[in-house]
Ligand binder design. Sequence first.
Ligand SMILES: Cc1ncc(COP(=O)(O)O)c(C=O)c1O
Length: 462
Amino acid sequence: MDSSIEFAQSRLSVKGVPEIFRLYRIRAAAKMTNHLKIWHPFTQEALDPPPIPIARAEGAYIYTTTGRKIIDAISSWWVNIHGHCHPAIMKALQEQTRKLDHVLLAGFSHETIAFLCLKLRKVLHPNLEHIFFSDNGSTAVEVALKIAVQYWENVGHPEKRSLVTLEHAYHGDTVGAMSVSADSGFTQSFRQLLFPVHRVHSAYCYRCPVGKTRAACNIDCLDALARLLEEKHTEIAAVIVEPLLQGAGGMIIHPVEFLQGVRTLCDQYDVLLIADEVLTGFGRCGKMFACGLAGVVPDLMCLSKGLTGGVLPMGATVCTNRVHEAFVSEDRARTFYHGHSYTGNPLAAAAAIASLEIFEREPVFERIRAIAKIHEERLAAIQDHPAVGEVRSIGTVAVVELRADDPGYFSALRPKLYDFFMSTGVLLRPLGNTIYVLPPYVISPEDLHFVHDRIADALKGL
Ligand SMILES: Cc1ncc(COP(=O)(O)O)c(C=O)c1O
C-alpha cells in the first residue's frame, strides 16, 4: 500500500479525534484514488522498503502508527539532540505561536531572534561577531561560500574566488554545497552544473591518502593543502572543512592537529577558513563546537541541525568582524544580496532559544560524556572482530567501518544491515559498509547498550 494512504488510514484510529473529523478522514482516504504521492528523499522506490508511518515521538524513541517503538539511534538525520518533543522546546513553541508567526528579516527584526543572538553569543567564540540566518545546513553553506567569494571582491581582490575542499566532504545537496562536496554517486548526475573546486586530502587515517599510519605520521596528508596554497593562494578565497568529523562521506574522524594545520595554512596564505559545523555543532563531538576541541577559530562557521534542538529548520552562518566589515559601505554594490523567505523565523528561533536553555539547565555535557564512555567501551570490545576494519569515536558518535569488497555508500552491506537493525527496533542507517551510532543525548545507558548489542549481533552474521 502507498505510504500516504497507509498513513491517512492509520490516523483514523487516533483516539480522541472527534467523530466528525474521523468520518471526514475516512471519506478523504477513500477518495484518494488520485492522491498526491510523496517523493521521499534519498529513496529508491523500486528497491527500498516502503516508508514507515510514524505517529509520535518522545525522547530517544519514535513510534509507528501500529504502536511499534523504535530507538532513534541517528537522531532523525543528526538533528535531534535533547530527545523528541522535549517539553521545554514544545512549550516555547506554543508560547511563540501566541506572539509572532513570521516576519521578513529585511528591514525588520524581532525580539525572539534578538534573544537567540544573546544566547548564541554565550556559546560562540567571541571573534565570531555576526550572524546571517537561513533555512538549513545547505543554505548555511551556500551563504558561507558566497560571503567568502564576495568578501575578496569587496576588499579589492576579485581574483581570489576559487574554493578548496577535502576529499570525502559532504556539505549539502544544493548546487554550491554539492560543488564543494566530494565527487561521488550523490553528485555525478549534476557534474555539468557544479563549479570547479580544488580538492585536497582529508585525514582519513584508516585509508591514509599518503600511505602512513597515525602512529608514524606527522599529519603528512596536510602537505597537499600546503602545496596548493603555496602555488595558488592568490586565486583562492576559502578552504571549507567539516571540522574533525566528516559525516556523510563515511564518518571520518580527523586528528585535531589536522584542523589546526588547516587553520595555520589559511593564516599563512591569507585564505578564509569556513568550518561547516552543521553536523558537529551543539555538543555532537563532545564540546559545543568541534572547532573548540582543536582550539581553532574559523572565519566563517555554518550551523543548523541541532541549532533548534532538531525541531524546526533553521540555518545560520556566523563570521568575524573582519569579514562582515567588508560588506558595510555606502556603495550598494558591496551589499550581500542574499536572503530566504523564512530567514530568522520566530518559531524556529524560539525552539533554538529553548534548546540552548536546555544546555544551561540540564546536565547535557554529562550525558554526552556518558555516551562517549559507553561508545568507547563497546567499540573496544568489537575492534578485533574479523569483519571490522576500524572502530572510531568522537563525542556522541561511534563508528564501525566494516571490511567490504565494495566499500563506500553503495556497498551491498547497507540494505542488509539497515533491515536487520530495523527488525530489532533500532534505527541505524549505515553509510554503506560504515555503521555509526549518533543518538539524541537523552538516550538511556540501557538503550545505548541495546543498540551496541544489536551491532554485535550484526557482526555475528558477517
Ligand atoms: C556537514 C554538513 N553540512 C551540510 C549539511 C546539509 O544540511 P541540510 O540537510 O540541512 O541541508 C549536512 C547534512 O547532513 C551536513 O552533514
